[in-house]
Design a protein around this ligand. Structure first.
Ligand code: F6R
Length: 242
């Protein structure tokens, strides 16, 4: 596990974008795993800026997103489909057919996650997976207690996750209670993982991760078993630790 220490959110976003850009330039047909939420918004902004200025092309890149809320249609402005279009896909030259996001309007809770899993495998597997981390240590929407052996699945969101994500909805009652997410095993099969951690409210989670104890009660600790993880963490997330 390698840690890149940066000062603040802007620096984290720029460092993450530069990391991704260099991978895409080296491997134009990169298979990229993507995250949503507040953390990577700045990264997408820099990727879009770079695409416009330096013409880094995504036309042969394939993407797989980590998760989607169950119950939200693609068109719902709160869906992660809308998020990805707004922050990234609409502004680059990616082929929409090469972008994949778990389905929120899921019909078969068994077949659809299994099909997503298959699609990732058929593509050759994720080369670089971008991750954020929940305050409770979740990665994707794999909440504490999720087996490390889990593949893509439907999960019940923890009350603390619903509370944390209520900021994007009119009220906490509107936050979906379930998500369709890659499993921990799905994430762990990525060849490389880039974990972004910013802000004081992630300090406890980062501290716990770096303590190095591996337990299913803290999902991000699975990453300690992965041979190729890079963490970019800002000062607020690191304070008092590194
Ligand atoms: C998002 C995802 C989640 C978030 C995590 C942190 O696709 O899978 O694990 O990365 O909830 O969210 P933010 O960045 O909003 O603090």
């Amino acid at each position: 596990m390698k840690i890149i220490e940066v000062t603040n959110y802007q620096e984290m976003s720029k460092a993450a974008a530069d990391y991704i850009i260099s991978k895409v330039q080296k491997s134009p047909n990169l298979i990229l795993g993507l995250a949503t939420g507040g953390t990577p918004v700045g990264t997408y902004k820099y990727l879009v800026e770079d695409h416009k200025k330096n013409k880094t092309s995504y036309k042969d890149v394939t993407t797989f997103n980590l998760d989607e809320y169950v119950g939200l249609a693609k068109e719902n402005p709160q869906s992660y489909h809308s998020y990805m279009n707004e922050h990234f896909f609409n502004h680059i030259d990616i082929n929409p057919a090469n972008t994949h996001i778990p389905n929120g309007k899921i019909e078969s809770i068994k077949d659809e996650p299994a099909a997503y899993e298959e699609l990732i495998k058929e593509s050759g597997g994720i080369d670089l997976q971008i991750l954020g981390i929940g305050q409770n240590g979740h990665i994707g929407f794999n909440e504490p207690g999720t087996p490390f052996s889990s593949n893509s699945h439907i999960i019940e969101l923890a009350p603390s996750t619903i509370e944390a994500n209520a900021r994007y909805f009119e009220s906490p009652e509107e936050v979906p209670t379930k998500a369709n997410t890659m499993g921990i095993n799905t994430i762990m099969r990525s060849k490389e993982i880039l974990l972004l951690v910013s802000g004081e409210n992630k300090r406890q989670a980062l501290t716990q991760l770096l303590e190095g104890k591996i337990s299913e009660s803290f999902p991000a600790s699975a990453l300690l078993n992965h041979p190729n993880v890079v963490i970019i963490a800002d000062e607020a997330a690191r304070s008092g630790r590194t």
